[in-house]
Ligand binder design. Structure first.
Ligand code: F6R
Length: 612
């Protein structure tokens, strides 16, 4: 939620910050702005709309500066507007600040400041915080760094802040709690950003700023302090990320590129971990906790959105292969309940970004009560990766399209590996089945590549149904979560109402919706429940619903009942979800694009939900 970028060094700052904002636009795109110091004055330029709109209005403006900060917004306090866009200016007009996060106690502070005679140009919590900081500076006659420290001790909420001050034009001051901040270290220059994507073009040496740290960044110096003003040692790490991975590579959209990347990303996830010939699974991240996992009475999976759907698939697989009871919880519900956690319970936290606020707090809560946290995370070095006791990266590479695709299949691949490894160690899978499943899992990348060849056919189906008002997605067993995921993908990028349901539950309510206008997507590949789902399809057919089905190649019974079908290569039912989701991603993509939507930046959404 919201992307922030900063630069200080010898180069022109504006083009670097602008490019960085474009790379971070997936985090929010309702308004954008930059602040820089030019002619010894802080100047702010901001605008409702996308980064490209800001760029257009700045053509011809003198933006010469070696220090700048920029922001791309996902509105929390105050509607998207020029006034609410960041950066905000302090009452004196000398300090500019950008913010990613939410200041929860901004209202009482605002009241105090109003009583002191201050007024505000925007409805944001950010402007209140900046006014508060400058007021502290004035009252205490202290420097900006000290005022910021005092202010942050009173603040409740989450923030990543960057400030520039015309009184001190050689410094960017940054602070974080809850919202991410990476600092790239160049030669006589520093880059600041919400994630590494704006930085890797210039340097691979980065520091991930920790919660409650303040960074004082000059072109040739980086000082980290805690809120008690004690120096902290910056921990420099080397990024393992390529520029090509964050570019579109000839595709119309990141979403399509990311869907088509999946044979490779799943391969990358399995590489070095799964040896299908020997049945060896190496997950060094969880090895240390294997005994505890085997002994665990319960696994609790916490996640949000698509990652939660990956958790639901894992529930079926872990219970089948490891015989450990699994509960799958929305992080946002879990954190506010009084969950019962026993010492030794295993928590698996799943997150693409590793920065989802609800998941982070849920982890912290479970950790306090003695649970072991295993993170399944995509973004290397992210908060969830760091606060988990152990875990495994999904290795899907940067996911930029807002709708999660390759990260989801990466999560499934890791969870499938974990289930096989634990089941084998626990001896809850017989050896023959284990060897067979290892071989099956190793074939997933090739099968996904085979499915992608049907892109044209899926596009035709999308065109046929693109004007439907509602969709229903039905699946059973391992494929029930895939019905939920298919419906979520369609909703978020096409704005068509879609519901996912267990196919058998349809009779308990949703069947009332069925008529000749309702397309119903059945995930009906061959599995234990196949004859049951065929009956469900017949029930829909009898009520004139339009059936689009995902079936196993050669299944004539299913193809005959269907109005349209997509044939899948055969796959063991346990791993079917990882391939069955692919046509649903493409279907949503084509319905979205055929309806003229910006599928990479769907309205109201942001990739990384760093507010609760
Ligand atoms: C949907 C989607 C979201 C995320 C959710 C959790 O396509 O991307 O539902 O899955 O916001 O995000 P992470 O996985 O980053 O914790």
């Amino acid at each position: 939620m919201c992307g922030i970028v900063g630069y200080i060094g010898n180069r022109e700052a504006y083009p670097i910050v602008l490019k960085g904002l474009k790379r971070l636009e997936y985090r929010g795109y309702d308004s954008a702005g930059i602040a820089l110091i030019n002619d010894q004055k802080v100047k702010v330029y901001k605008k409702q709309g996308k980064v490209a709109d800001l760029e257009e209005t700045l053509l011809g403006v003198n933006l010469h500066s070696h220090i700048a900060i920029g922001h791309t917004r996902w509105a929390t306090h105050g509607e998207p507007s020029d006034a609410n866009a960041h950066p905000h200016l302090s009452p004196s007009g000398k300090i500019a600040m950008i913010h990613n996060g939410i200041i929860e106690n901004y209202l009482p502070i605002k009241k105090e400041l109003l009583a002191k005679g201050y007024s505000f140009q925007s409805e944001t919590d950010t402007e209140v915080l900046l006014c508060f900081i400058e007021d502290i500076q004035t009252c205490n006659q202290c420097n900006l760094e000290e005022a910021l420290r005092i202010a942050l001790r009173r603040i409740v909420g989450a923030y990543c802040l960057l400030l520039i001050d015309e009184e001190n034009p050689e410094t960017i001051i940054a602070a974080r709690k809850g919202s991410p901040l990476v600092i790239g270290i160049g030669k006589n220059e520093h880059f600041l950003a919400s994630d590494a994507s704006p930085i890797i073009e210039y340097t691979k040496e980065v520091v991930y700023v920790k919660d409650y740290e303040i960074a004082i960044v000059k072109k040739d110096e980086l000082v980290l302090k805690n809120l008690g003003n004690e120096n902290q040692t910056p921990f420099i790490i080397q990024l393992d990320l390529d520029l090509a991975a964050i570019e579109k590579g000839g595709y119309d959209h990141f979403m399509l590129k990311e869907i088509c990347d999946q044979p490779q990303t799943i391969h990358d996830c399995l590489r070095g971990r799964l040896d299908a010939d020997t049945g060896q699974i190496t997950l060094s991240g969880i090895q240390e906790y294997l005994e505890e996992i085997i002994r665990a009475n319960r696994i609790i999976i916490i996640a949000c959105g698509t990652s939660w759907h990956a958790g639901l698939v894992a529930e079926y697989i872990f219970e089948e292969l490891c015989r450990i009871p699994v509960e799958v919880e929305y992080a946002s519900e879990f954190r506010y309940r009084n969950p019962i956690i026993h010492l030794g319970d295993i928590i698996i936290a799943i997150s693409q970004s590793g920065e989802t606020a609800d998941t982070i707090v849920a982890i912290e809560k479970a950790k306090e009560q003695g649970a072991i946290i295993l993170g399944v995370v995509n973004v290397v070095g992210s908060t969830i990766a760091r606060i988990s006791h152990a875990g495994a990266y999904t290795h899907a590479g940067p996911e930029i399209g807002v709708a999660s695709t390759k990260a989801f299949t990466g999560q499934l691949a890791v969870l499938m590996l974990m289930a096989l490894k634990i089941g084998n160690a626990k001896k809850t899978i017989d050896q023959e089945k284990y060897q067979l499943l290892c071989k099956e899992l190793s074939k997933v990348p090739d099968k996904v590549a085979e499915i992608l060849l049907q892109e044209k056919r899926i596009k035709e189906i999308a065109i046929k149904y693109k004007s439907a008002r509602d969709f229903l997605y039905l699946g059973r067993g391992y494929n029930f979560p895939i019905a939920l995921e298919g419906a979520l993908k369609l909703k978020e990028i096409s704005y068509i109402h879609a519901e996912g349901y267990p196919a058998a539950e349809m009779k308990h309510g949703p069947i009332a919706l069925v008529d000749e206008h309702l397309p119903i997507v059945f995930i009906a590949t061959n599995d234990t429940f196949h004859s049951k789902i065929i009956s469900n399809m017949q029930e829909i057919k009898a009520r004139k619903g339009k059936i689009i089905s995902i079936i196993t190649d050669g299944d004539e019974t299913a193809s005959e009942i269907s109005d349209d079908f997509i044939a899948m290569p055969w796959m063991n039912e346990i791993f079917a979800p990882i391939i069955n989701v692919i046509p649903l991603q493409l279907l949503a993509y084509f319905i979205g694009t055929e309806n003229g939507h910006d599928v990479d930046k769907p309205r109201n959404l942001a990739k990384s939900v760093t507010v609760e």
